[in-house]
Design a protein around this ligand. Structure first.
Ligand SMILES: Cc1cc2nc3c(=O)[nH]c(=O)nc-3n(C[C@H](O)[C@H](O)[C@H](O)COP(=O)(O)OP(=O)(O)OC[C@H]3O[C@@H](n4cnc5c(N)ncnc54)[C@H](O)[C@@H]3O)c2cc1C
Length: 428
């Protein structure tokens, strides 16, 4: 079969690029190894929209049953639940808390990713996109005149098929295996592979409604924080997210947290009603995501994640770029310029900033209790951004440099050496 465009991966990036290209009259094939949209949408994801101004160069607007992307100039219909998040708390083992948000204006909305993706998928079907669900893409050959894509059909005893296209969009998500086969990860460094466990729990006590809570410290068994936030199922339910690595699986960490940690009492009498898991390869970002007839978009080219809203943006801009290339214009150049300027992780200091999250194991539980105590009476502005948050925290802590140097010289030395920490250590 021949197509103008083949897209590997039907997450938000691939799906939205299919939608846009079909709308431009292109013939499109969309391939996903999962068997249906419910499976795709059930990937572990906290499903929060980030409302920070100018986030990912855009700043999403939620209005009139749509998510609007004002700078790029498009909207995606969304008619389902939204749970506002007004407060965010970072908690140290003894309960010292850094708080974000004035409690009046939401800085994030929890949304139903499944509903969002289903809406786009239905539109794709109406516009004639050829969908290959339950098909794994195993190989891609860019033969300059066209691209050959080998897929393995799980519906038909793993039978192999070959499809052809003029341009290929690789939207396979964070593990970037096809990109690896195409040699497009050559300039990227693999920093770590995290395992993430997410569950919905009924009846956790002591968690404020509409708040996001991150619990830091070895008392919680993992280096990454335990995250507890709201659930779409209602106020009685919360989502718990835990990340670690294969040497100490996050589901095991969850059992240890509920039986022995500063928050174990909150879980007494609670019940797990839903569980999800995934593995996440953290690579340094792909600076040049276009090569030959191939463009890599969404998480597949990112440092960890572009988030759902970023994936939709990638899909939108990739569709424009592919259409331009098919018309003999230089679409790759404009996509690359947009990609490099829009995502914070393409800047020079993203690793240093994101390491600001990696408080454990650099700081002991007592260090964290001390550092959090310095800022516990302040309320920082409401932000969800994984780059803005650590910048804000450290800026506020470092207003106390003199005091820290005097009272805790060993902590002060660690702060000064922050650059030497490796991101990988936060998952071990
Ligand atoms: C624990 C966790 C929490 C998160 N929380 C949030 C959040 O709160 N808000 C938010 O917006 N985002 C969140 N994210 C990130 C968000 O899920 C991703 O950024 C987003 O889904 C990326 O979209 P994508 O289309 O690039 O990739 P994906 O959504 O990963 O889609 C890739 C698709 O490609 C398919 N695929 C992969 N390889 C192949 C192959 N060889 N052949 C065929 N198909 C293939 C996969 O089955 C998958 O369906 C979170 C992620 C995790 C892990």
């Amino acid at each position: 079969m021949n197509y103008d465009v083949i897209i590997i991966g039907s997450g938000p990036a691939g799906l939205f690029s299919a939608h846009e290209l079909a709308g431009m009259g292109r013939t499109v094939a969309l391939i996903d190894l999962k068997s249906n949209m419910n499976d795709i949408a059930s990937r572990a994801c906290s499903m929060q929209l980030i409302l920070d101004d100018d986030y990912e160069g855009e700043g999403i607007v939620v209005e009139n049953s749509t998510f609007r992307f004002p700078k790029s100039g498009f909207s995606v219909p969304y008619n389902s639940k939204l749970v506002p998040i007004f407060k965010k708390y970072y908690r140290s083992p003894n309960g010292n808390t850094i708080s974000f948000g004035d409690g009046k204006k939401p800085f994030s909305y929890k949304f139903d990713k499944s509903e969002l993706l289903h809406g786009i998928y239905e539109e794709c079907l109406k516009m004639g996109v050829s969908v290959y669900m339950n098909h794994l893409c195993t190989a891609v050959k860019d033969l300059r005149t066209h691209v050959e894509v080998t897929i393995c059909d799980f519906n038909d005893n793993h039978a192999k098929k070959t499809l052809r296209c003029n341009k290929l969009i690789d939207a396979e998500g964070v593990n970037a295996s096809i990109a690896q086969k195409l040699g497009m990860n050559k300039h990227r460094k693999h920093l770590a592979t995290a395992l993430t466990y997410k569950c919905v729990v009924k009846g956790i006590k002591g968690i404020e409604k509409n708040s996001w809570n991150l619990f830091y410290g070895k008392a919680y068994h993992t280096n990454a924080p335990v995250i507890i936030g709201p659930s779409l199922l209602g106020d009685e339910y919360n989502e718990v997210t835990i990340s670690s690595d294969k040497n100490y699986r996050p589901d095991k960490a969850f059992s240890d947290i509920i039986s022995n940690s500063p928050i174990s009492d909150c879980f007494k009498g609670s019940e797990v009603v839903e569980e999800h898991g995934c593995s996440v390869k953290a690579f340094t970002p792909m600076k040049n995501p276009c090569k030959g007839n191939v463009i890599v978009i969404g998480d597949a080219a990112a440092f960890v994640e572009v988030e759902t809203q970023g994936a939709l943006l990638c899909g939108y801009h990739a569709a424009k770029a592919v259409n331009a290339e098919l018309n003999g214009e230089k679409g790759w150049n404009s996509y690359t310029a947009w990609w490099q300027k829009s995502f914070e992780f393409n800047g020079d200091d993203y690793l240093r900033v994101s390491q600001g999250y990696s408080l454990v194991p650099t700081y002991t539980d007592r260090d964290l209790d001390y550092l959090f105590s310095l800022v516990k009476d302040k309320c920082l502005i409401g932000t969800y951004s994984q780059y803005k948050t650590p910048k804000l925290i450290w800026k506020t802590i470092r207003e106390h440099d003199e005091k820290i140097r005097r009272e805790r010289p060993s902590i002060f030395e660690k702060i000064c050496n922050l650059n030497q920490m490796s991101l990988a250590s936060s998952f071990e």
